[in-house]
Design a protein around this ligand. Structure first.
Ligand code: BES
Ligand code: MN
Ligand code: MN
Length: 450
């Protein structure tokens, strides 16, 4: 039996321990859990044989750092992951409680199982395995694990932008993405960026009787709806002047590669998403719409009366949480200014409207013609027994842009999640065979990245 197989039981127990910590970064009441998760990661890095392990304290949640630099003259890999998770709501939808990891079949269910505690642990366990078996590593490694990815990760971005000497590396390695399909090893080479903000609309000085004042009073909730519909039309076209100017179309070769991906659109629509129709810009294919085109979405609207029964009121204020996903070569600051101008132009009479920026991240596109990426494809192909595919993802990992722009290094994004892992949703899970094979693939990668 191999070292990896012998240690599976222990890997699973350690993963469960990690998953029991409710390290939800957006909720201030979980600050203590955030610290516990950071300490947990630091402990695992020490256990793996890393040196100089410490929490880097700053304004935000601690970064966890550790390194092993004993491979003189060999490349250095910078491993990145995040120990923070999304909130677990709606709690009643979970089959088992989100922070009491439960194995059902071949999956482990818990918030953070796939995003990103399970995948972060893959990196640590891979390094631990090679250190345990050989007493050394074939390459130098550094770990930088953060605790605010799910809230925009701006503190780590500032830290990376300051180019600290200890982050010098030849490539970043990230396990925080998905496989395109089960059994299909997948490298992600493009991520969308994001700008997130609140659309705040104000009308009268206080709530008004909708019968007495209706007909003369402006309605901020209607104004929110009007503004949103002005920003994106019924055909899915974003109507923000200048917004698409920098959008770089996907290359023909990339389109050809996407067309070869094994994909069942009906299954995707009916089973994975459970919707009656796919929407979006009709002149673009699905993968373009998901990976190479920007979006504008509304996440929640607050205002007026939402309780049981009826109340006839015109609210004084309304608010919408809105974000736009960006693609290469759009720029977050520019997008914010464009959205703000479009909101001002679309604001109806009698109300004020303002887009308040909350956080943002640049999009990223990695050139796959790179030896660190080729080595990763090779390692994954060997362990999974299928040819590795290259895809993009519509999600965002803010730090990837900074690794490129500030450190000048490519990101190797080895995905071990699955499309039905329910990221950010109830019943998040990780397919355990991927957890174990992920550890083997990253360990193999250490030899091939030489
Ligand atoms: N790991 C995800 C991003 C992701 C998901 C990439 C699936 C590829 C495939 C990450 O944790 C995430 O959720 N990011 C946020 C970033 C935002 C809060 C700035 C996102 O994309 O919404
Ligand atoms: Mn993640
Ligand atoms: Mn996430």
């Amino acid at each position: 039996m191999s070292y990896f197989t012998e240690n599976r039981g222990r890997y699973l127990e350690e993963l469960k321990e990690f998953l029991r910590i409710p390290s939800i970064s957006t909720l201030p009441e979980h600050k203590g859990d955030i610290r516990r998760a950071a300490e947990f990661v630091a402990g695992k890095l020490r256990q793996a044989g890393m040196e100089g392990v410490e929490l880097i304290e700053g304004e935000g949640n601690p970064l966890v750092y550790g390194e092993w630099l004993g491979a003189k003259g060999k490349p250095t890999l910078l491993f990145y992951g995040h120990y923070d998770v999304q909130p677990a709501e709606p709690l009643e939808e979970w089959v088992s409680p989100p922070f009491e990891p439960a194995v059902r079949g071949e999956n482990i269910y818990a918030r953070g199982a796939a995003d990103d505690k399970g995948l972060t642990l893959i990196l640590i366990k891979a390094v631990e395995a090679v250190m345990a078996v050989r007493g050394s590593l074939p390459v130098n490694v550094k770990f930088l694990i953060e605790g605010e990815e799910e809230v925009g990760g701006e503190h780590i971005e500032r830290y990376v932008a300051s180019k600290p000497p200890r982050l010098t590396a030849d490539a970043a390695v990230i396990c925080d993405t998905e496989m395109f399909a089960p059994e299909l090893p997948t490298l992600c080479i493009g991520l969308r960026g994001i700008v997130y903000g609140e659309l705040v609309v104000k009308g009268a000085k206080q709530d008004l009787h909708s019968g007495v004042y209706g007909g003369a009073a402006p309605n901020p909730l209607m104004a929110v709806a009007e503004i949103l519909c002005a920003l994106k039309d019924r055909e899915g076209h974003i109507r923000i002047p200048g917004f698409h100017d920098r959008v770089r179309p996907a290359a023909e070769a990339e389109h050809a590669a996407w067309a070869r991906l094994p994909f069942d659109e009906k299954k995707y629509r009916d089973e994975e998403m459970g919707v009656i129709a796919l929407t979006g810009e009709a002149e673009y294919g699905l993968f373009d719409r998901l990976w190479a085109r920007p979006t504008l979405e509304v996440h929640g609207i607050r205002g007026g009366f939402t309780g049981e029964g009826a109340k006839t009121v015109i609210p004084a204020q309304a608010l919408a949480k809105v974000s736009a996903r960006l693609v290469a070569d759009q720029r977050p600051e520019e997008a914010v200014a464009q959205i703000q101008a479009a909101v001002a132009a679309a604001c109806p009479k009698g109300v004020t409207a303002e887009f308040r920026y909350l956080h943002g991240a640049a999009p990223s596109l990695v050139n796959p013609d790179n030896r660190f990426i080729r080595a990763a494809a090779q390692a994954m192909t060997e362990v999974f027994g299928n040819e590795t595919v290259y895809v993009r993802s519509g999600g965002s990992i803010p730090i990837v842009g900074a690794f490129d722009q500030s450190l000048g290094i490519p990101s190797v994004m080895m995905g071990f999640g699955l499309p039905d892992d329910n990221l950010h949703a109830p019943n998040e899970k990780l397919y355990l065979p991927n957890f174990y094979r992920g550890i083997e693939a990253v360990a193999r990668y250490l030899d091939l990245a030489l």
